[in-house]
Design a protein around this ligand. Structure first.
Ligand SMILES: NC(=O)C1=CN([C@@H]2O[C@H](COP(=O)(O)OP(=O)(O)OC[C@H]3O[C@@H](n4cnc5c(N)ncnc54)[C@H](OP(=O)(O)O)[C@@H]3O)[C@@H](O)[C@H]2O)C=CC1
Ligand SMILES: O=C(O)[C@@H]1CCC=N1
Length: 281
């Protein structure tokens, strides 16, 4: 497998996603702090915080940052993509591998904006990258070959699992499912904690029980071939407590709500994609 030990990475954007990827890579010692450069738009405090926490190089000198990287990892909000690409464009070289984690923004759009046929990999990770547990989907752009894809795969496999998509359009679904996914689980955890509060359980006890319950259920799913419906059945005694609880979820059509939630997030990704179409520019 490709080794990233001598690979230099430049992060364009120093927000939640850059930090999740960066901290995951450093924790696993996949890269060394001095091989990382990171920049943002204007938040000096944030750059200082990143520098103090991870001991990586931080700079607002775009030329210096962009020239440094064998890999350029773009992690700005989709609305900021044009400005960010315009700023880095003069210093980007064809030999660099460009990885974008932006929701909605296609490789064709980035190629068009960069005005350069450089290899681009579009990735959709999630914030669990920070603890090595991201679920990341990857799709190569037109000018990326197998070795570029392997390099991106190595990077993201070091901070979780990866799937390769054949069709870039499928990344919208993945964004709704696993890119945004951690937020749904946190929402669910919030509800469990709120219920515990109503039922008089102390906050710290509730937190501990909720975490272990989610962790245990996820681990069960990964350690058996049984589908979630079967695992659920094993928890549900006839006439028992789970059945009573699930009946309430069904009364509120909770499964439909979750299905619609994921579809809506995927639709939003598609909608963002239309805003960033090479045809429209
Ligand atoms: N958060 C998540 O769970 C996930 C996010 N993503 C994608 O990752 C991308 C980043 O999201 P996230 O990290 O949450 O966003 P944040 O708002 O946390 O961070 C955005 C960063 O981009 C910087 N930035 C903005 N404009 C420029 C510019 N012109 N040049 C350089 N840096 C710039 C900001 O700097 P400053 O603060 O100085 O303005 C900030 O550091 C998004 O496109 C999102 O779709 C993908 C998967 C999961
Ligand atoms: O909410 C968002 O738009 C980003 C993309 C996936 C997760 N967060």
């Amino acid at each position: 497998m490709t080794n990233l030990q001598n690979t230099k990475i430049s992060f364009i954007g120093a927000g939640a996603m850059s930090e999740a990827i960066l901290s995951g890579l450093l924790k696993k010692e996949i890269i060394q702090p001095d091989s990382v450069f990171i920049t943002n738009r204007k938040n000096d405090d944030r750059l200082q915080e990143i520098n103090h926490t991870y001991d990586v190089k931080c700079s607002r000198n775009t030329k210096e940052v962009v020239k440094h990287g064998d890999i350029l990892l773009l992690a700005v909000k989709p609305k900021d993509v044009d400005e960010a690409v315009e700023t880095i464009k003069p210093f980007v070289r064809k030999e660099q591998l460009f990885i974008s984690v932006l929701a909605g923004v296609s490789t064709a759009y980035l190629t068009y904006r960069l005005g350069l046929d450089l290899p681009i990999i579009r990735a959709m990770p999630n914030t669990s990258a920070s603890i090595g547990l991201s679920a990341t989907a990857l799709v190569p752009g037109k000018h990326a070959n197998d070795s570029h894809l392997k390099m991106a795969e190595t990077l993201f496999q070091s901070i979780g699992t990866t799937v390769i998509l054949e069709d870039e359009k499928d990344i919208h679904a993945v964004t709704g499912l696993s890119g945004s996914g951690p937020a749904y689980i946190y929402y669910f955890a919030e509800a469990m904690e709120e219920a515990a509060r109503h039922l008089g359980i102390s906050a710290d006890k509730a937190r501990s029980l909720v975490i272990q319950t989610i962790l245990g259920a996820a681990s069960m799913m990964s350690s058996t071939d049984e589908p979630p419906s079967m695992l659920r059945k094993k928890v549900t005694s006839e006439g028992g407590t789970t059945e009573a609880g699930i009946k309430k979820l069904e009364y509120f059509r909770s499964k439909d709500a979750l299905v619609e939630c994921i579809k809506e997030a995927a639709a939003r990704s598609e909608e963002l994609g239309k805003l960033f179409s090479p045809m429209k520019s």
